[in-house]
Design a protein around this ligand. Structure first.
Ligand code: 4AZ
Length: 235
């Protein structure tokens, strides 16, 4: 996260770090006892056996555990590895998250979607704090504003298409960045609700190039199946 500040321990308990071969590669969001949401591009063609998630961790360089083993990955069947359309995936865990660490985020409801324009949301993660910088040991957060969809499709991205399954968000000098991918874009009210998944952008916090997120509300029917109806914070 560029232009953010450290979150305090326990402040965003649904924020998880995704590890591949023991190394943090992306963020993820807890939505049920044994399910998290992330970006498909984070785990594209990676076997579940190589993946673990850190839940309730703060300093990922001094983590208390190796993480919880991922038992199954559901990539979105229409993920496009060139355009990043449909960049969403569900991770199933081999063991449920322990009670004391379990605090899920909510999924949006359908009509939320057109109300998102102009709304302030929170992006968070262990990604770079400056473009091309190293990842952060502790999670950072920043407030960003969700763009009108027409503005986003007309943004500097030009030929690189922003599809209806995406949303744009930024604020001056604030953005998601490398390593934040797969993590949540959250609305704090009325409950912490995951409206976006960090997906792509051109650099970080560049003027005219907002962060692009998978638009979670577009995937609710698919998510309910992939989550096997296990989600405890459905609207
Ligand atoms: C990345 O490489 C990445 N500024 C994530 C988010 C953004 C850019 C790049 C958005 O994972």
């Amino acid at each position: 996260v560029v232009g953010g500040r450290p979150i305090s321990p326990g402040e965003l308990p649904w924020l998880a770090a995704l590890k591949r071969d023991g190394k943090v590669i992306c963020g993820a969001t807890v939505v049920a006892r044994d399910h998290l949401i992330t970006a498909t591009h984070c785990i594209f063609e990676v076997e579940a056996s190589r993946l673990t998630v850190l839940v309730g961790e703060y300093d990922v360089n001094n983590s208390l555990s190796d993480g919880i083993q991922v038992s199954h990955v559901t990539q979105h069947p229409d993920f496009n590895r060139f355009t990043y359309d449909n960049d969403i995936a569900v991770l199933r865990l081999a063991d449920p998250i322990p009670d004391n660490l379990y605090r899920p985020a909510c999924l949006p409801d359908f009509d939320d979607d057109n109300k998102l324009e102009g709304v302030e949301a929170i992006v968070s993660g262990w990604g770079s704090t400056i473009e091309k910088g190293p990842p952060s040991n502790i999670p950072m957060k920043a407030e960003v504003n969700i763009w009108a969809q027409e503005e986003c499709t007309g943004a500097g991205y030009g030929r690189r298409k922003v599809t209806p399954r995406m949303l744009c968000a930024n604020a001056p000098e604030k953005d998601s960045c490398t390593g934040d991918s797969g993590g949540p874009l959250l609305l704090p009210r009325p409950h912490f609700t995951i409206v976006g998944i960090v997906s792509w952008g051109r650099g970080c916090a560049r003027q005219g190039y907002p962060g692009v997120y998978a638009r979670v509300a577009k995937f609710l029917p698919w998510l309910k199946l992939a989550l096997r109806h296990a989600c405890t914070c459905l609207p």
